[in-house]
Design a protein around this ligand. Structure first.
Ligand SMILES: Nc1ncnc2c1ncn2[C@@H]1O[C@H](COP(=O)(O)OP(=O)(O)O)[C@@H](O)[C@H]1O
Ligand SMILES: [Mg+2]
Length: 381
């Protein structure tokens, strides 16, 4: 998919901003505090229903205003135009796609895959399991239409079981919820395992574009000993311990993606810079896995890229991105010195004090060619 134009209103320092991209990749440059990251947050809201920095209740809405709004005009891989919009008042949100009101934010993310690599992304490599689980579930969500409702069913049953654990409820009350957890866990784990397989393949393909060494192996840890037992059986065995702790200690909500060695050392010994490279590679692998499996092309957002990577890796990344079929938005205080010629031709927008103005000459004709053709067997959007 490609964004032609987007409009942001009352998000952090952005008052009313309109960006004409005509389907192209672009640079967003400007001083610190200008509003560059806020522009990327706006697109993340459409792709995730949340920002990578905060929730709307946590300072996303411009001070003194009651709601923020983001509207994007975009085209899918077949070239068909769409309009997605989100309005958030801190407590309540409304979302629309092509004029239709949506009942879930997941509906907004459907067919609108957005990925963002930002200064906190190294947590993907070395942070808590939740980060990697979210990255994996992003892919599962876009691959498996039934995954969201399955995950919602699981979350509901988990809340019920945790409430029973804390209230000291009799054993009989646990059974239906543990059966439900078991059913959902089985299906969720099957879908996650398939996605983790795509992701590992894509990681191996992406890695040499960034690094000389071998890629880290990647595998799914389901969150319980799935190879030995059904979850419902283990929940029964663990019930008295879980009662003492007051929460459910095993299940897909504890799943993780586990990295093996890279750079000759296990993940806990990676430097911060190496962790960043792994996180970046995982982010690109998410995009590549989705493209290979479904022919869907993600929007790639890179926040402060020049500050995150050394010149060598940055040059290699930009060299690849400039030829890859993705639309990319890259923020920074300026253009990187090691910018390959193809990426140096991307339009530049200057952001200052919450206002945006195009710096480069007029945008050339809009990109009208559909995104890269889906691979044989892949589905178009
Ligand atoms: N709720 C808010 N209302 C108004 N301004 C805000 C709000 N939250 C953050 N800001 C301001 O918005 C700017 C955020 O800019 P940001 O997008 O992080 O800038 P950049 O990425 O260009 O450094 C900062 O100047 C910050 O002080
Ligand atoms: Mg920033």
């Amino acid at each position: 998919m490609r964004i032609d134009r987007f409009h942001v209103e009352h998000l952090r320092c952005l008052g009313r901003v309109e960006l004409e991209l005509a389907g192209r990749s672009a640079w967003l440059t400007g001083p610190n505090g200008a509003g560059k990251t806020s522009l990327l947050e706006a697109l993340c809201l459409l792709g995730y229903g949340r920002s990578f920095r905060a929730r709307p209740g946590q300072g996303l809405i411009q001070r003194g205003k009651t709601a923020l709004e983001v509207v994007a005009h975009w085209r899918d891989g077949t070239g068909q135009g769409h309009v997605s919009g989100l309005r958030h008042g801190g407590e309540h949100w409304t979302a629309r796609r092509d004029g239709e009101a949506l009942s879930t934010l997941g509906g907004l993310a459907e067919g609108f895959p957005v990925l963002c690599f930002h200064p906190a992304s190294s947590a993907l490599a070395q942070g808590p399991a939740e980060e990697r689980r979210r990255a994996l579930d992003w892919l599962v969500f876009h691959l498996e239409p039934g995954f969201s409702s399955l995950a919602r069913r699981y979350a509901r049953a988990l809340r019920q079981r945790n409430a029973l654990l804390r209230s000291g409820a009799p054993d009989a009350e646990f059974e239906p919820w543990e059966q439900e957890l078991g059913r959902c866990a089985h299906a969720m784990t099957r879908q996650r395992a398939a996605a983790a397989g795509y992701l590992e393949q894509a990681l191996a393909a992406v890695w040499p574009r960034l690094c000389e060494d071998s890629p880290p192996p990647l595998g799914l840890r389901p969150g319980w000993r799935a190879e030995d037992s059904a979850l419902e059986d283990l929940l029964l065995l663990n019930r008295s311990r879980d009662r003492e702790l007051g929460y459910t200690t095993i299940g897909p909500h504890r799943a993780d993606l586990q990295f093996g060695e890279a750079f000759g050392v296990p993940p806990e010994h990676w430097s911060r810079g190496q962790a960043k490279l792994v996180a970046l590679a995982l982010c690109l692998a998410q995009a590549e896995a989705l493209r290979q499996a479904r022919g869907l092309t993600s929007l790639l957002l890179f926040d402060d890229l020049g500050a995150e990577l050394d010149a060598g890796h940055l040059g290699r990344l930009l060299h690849w991105l400039a030829r890859a079929p993705y639309q990319c938005l890259v923020t920074g205080t300026g253009l990187p010195a090691a910018c390959p010629a193809e990426a140096a031709h991307w339009p530049v927008f200057h952001v200052e004090q919450g206002k945006v103005r195009p710096l480069s000459a007029q945008l050339a004709a809009p990109v009208t060619a559909p995104d890269a053709a889906p691979p044989p067997g892949g589905q178009g959007v």
